[in-house]
Design a protein around this ligand. Structure first.
Ligand SMILES: Cc1cc2nc3c(=O)[nH]c(=O)nc-3n(C[C@H](O)[C@H](O)[C@H](O)COP(=O)(O)O)c2cc1C
Length: 188
């Protein structure tokens, strides 16, 4: 193997592909595509999302400090792509993408009715990092579509999540291991 030092953005891959919603205190909401997102802590559960300070969503989350993360299934790549280009400053993005804003349980930001999973978060800390501010949100409610559950666990084959890598959207492939059962100690 010969690795080359590169200057462009590689980051991590694949990245989750999600729809994040926000709202201000007057219940004006927005939705945008977000991949700069990840789980930060298990107990309590925290999810962080980086939001560019120039985005409309940024002004709303600054007001209210809440957001929801929505995981869409394969088949929603057109809506996801659109919501990553349009700004809520110019258009009603829910209407443009023909998605349904559905009231959340604990936060002002709406969930996406068509999402397989919707996670409600309350911002606890903000890191001002540069182009993006990073919002660390404590998870306060999680909604999962029953069809993607099997014995109360996520059935990824049924869920068919989409991921983001190298400026493209990908379906995930086949299962190649099971946590805690795939690794083997070397003999001797
Ligand atoms: C695949 C993809 C991932 C994106 N991830 C992020 C992200 O994590 N954070 C961010 O601020 N913008 C991200 N964007 C860009 C925003 O979704 C986009 O600029 C959007 O138009 C902002 O909408 P708003 O002005 O209504 O807030 C992403 C766009 C795409 C296509």
């Amino acid at each position: 193997m010969a690795k080359k030092l590169v200057s462009g953005i590689i980051g991590l891959l694949p990245l989750p592909l999600t729809l994040v919603t926000v709202a201000n205190n007057e219940n004006v909401s927005d939705i945008f595509t977000a991949s700069w997102i990840g789980v930060l802590c298990t107990d309590p559960l925290y999810i962080g999302v980086g939001i560019n300070a120039s985005h409309y969503a940024h002004s709303l989350i600054e007001d209210n400090g809440e957001f929801t993360v929505n995981i869409m299934e394969e088949g929603f790549e057109r809506e996801i792509d659109l919501l990553g280009r349009l700004s809520g400053r110019d258009v009603d993005k829910f209407e443009q993408a023909r998605l349904t804003a559905y009231p959340a349980k604990e936060v002002k930001a709406p969930t996406v009715l068509e999402a397989a999973i919707s996670i409600e978060c309350k911002v606890q800390e903000v890191l001002r990092l540069g182009t993006h501010d990073y919002y660390i949100g404590r998870v306060v409610a999680t909604h999962v579509e029953e069809l993607v559950l099997k014995d109360d666990k996520l059935n990824v084959e049924a869920l068919r999540p989409i991921v983001f890598a190298a400026e493209a959207y990908w379906a995930i492939g086949r299962k190649i291991g099971q946590m805690g059962k795939t690794g083997r100690l070397r003999a001797g």
